[in-house]
Design a protein around this ligand. Structure first.
Ligand code: ADP
Ligand code: MG
Length: 251
């Protein structure tokens, strides 16, 4: 059992405060969704947890299994089991997915430890079978002419290979086309289980028709202003975000 605890987190970009006191604890096995209007700080939250250097944590803490990760470099956080998906990995022509994933797996290993090629391919093929990915897929170059769906498939496979404790998934603001949505949903539903905690960040309720979260949180102006179960997502779809803002204005 692992936990990821976000404790009164404040994040600034330059001088500008974006996340303004956000607290949330995710246990392994749980899927949490954060929803909220554009510009509310959702992507800032996920990048700050992953350790992106442009995001300054001005207050609060992030703890993995009770230990602060804020002093750790992004690669140390990744090695500790935090995976940030949906970051638009750039095209890497000439590097096959198989080799790209191998480098990613190797990078998560401790110094001096060598990745055994036979064992690696065995595991890769197991994960591909699990996710129903065609063997031909891994000989293609990373993101070279990929469709939205293929990019997602590559990321889900990467997640399956790295076996993170916590996956932070930030749906892009432009959203996902239906093919990409289905791939992400099937992938997450296949990988979800007692060893994995998921923070699913989404602008759209749609995704949550396919990935049923255990908890739903509404983020507004850098804070979580409302939490509930999956019915909250349905309510948001039906009523939009304005009623949440109105409720806030009354309190
Ligand atoms: P969301 O993901 O909820 O749409 P973001 O975290 O992307 O919100 O953005 C929150 C706020 O931070 C927005 O007002 C946005 O303009 C600002 N912002 C995001 N990235 C940067 C950046 N690199 N430099 C300056 N401001 C930024
Ligand atoms: Mg965003």
């Amino acid at each position: 059992m692992s936990s990821l605890e976000i404790r009164d987190l404040h994040v600034a970009i330059g001088e500008k405060p974006i996340v303004k006191g956000l607290s949330l604890t995710i246990q392994s096995g749980e899927v949490h969704a954060i929803m909220g209007p554009n510009g509310t700080g959702k992507s800032t939250l996920s990048k700050a947890i992953a350790g992106h250097p442009d995001y300054t944590i001005t207050q609060g803490d992030v703890l993995l299994d009770g230990e602060s990760i804020l002093e750790q470099e992004p690669d140390e956080r990744a090695r500790a089991g935090i995976f940030l998906a949906f970051q638009y990995p750039s095209e890497v022509p000439g590097v096959s997915i198989a080799n790209f994933l191998r480098a990613a797996v190797q990078a998560r290993m401790s110094e001096g430890e060598e990745l055994d090629a036979t064992a690696y391919y065995k595991r890769l093929y197991q994960k591909m079978d699990l996710l129903k990915i065609d063997r031909k897929f891994t000989s293609r170059s990373v993101n070279d002419g990929f469709s939205g769906g293929e990019k997602k498939r590559c990321e889900i496979l990467q997640m399956a290979m790295l076996e993170p404790k916590f996956a932070l998934m930030d749906e892009t603001d432009s959203g996902l086309d239906i093919d990409a949505l289905r791939i992400v949903a099937e992938g997450v539903n296949t990988l979800r289980g007692p060893g994995l905690g998921v923070l699913m960040i989404t602008h759209y309720q749609r995704l949550l028709n396919y990935i049923v979260p255990d908890f739903v949180h509404v983020m507004y102006d850098g804070r979580i202003v409302k939490s509930g179960d999956k019915s909250l997502a349905l309510e948001l779809e039906a009523r939009g975000y304005d009623w949440v803002k109105q409720e806030l204005a009354l309190t």
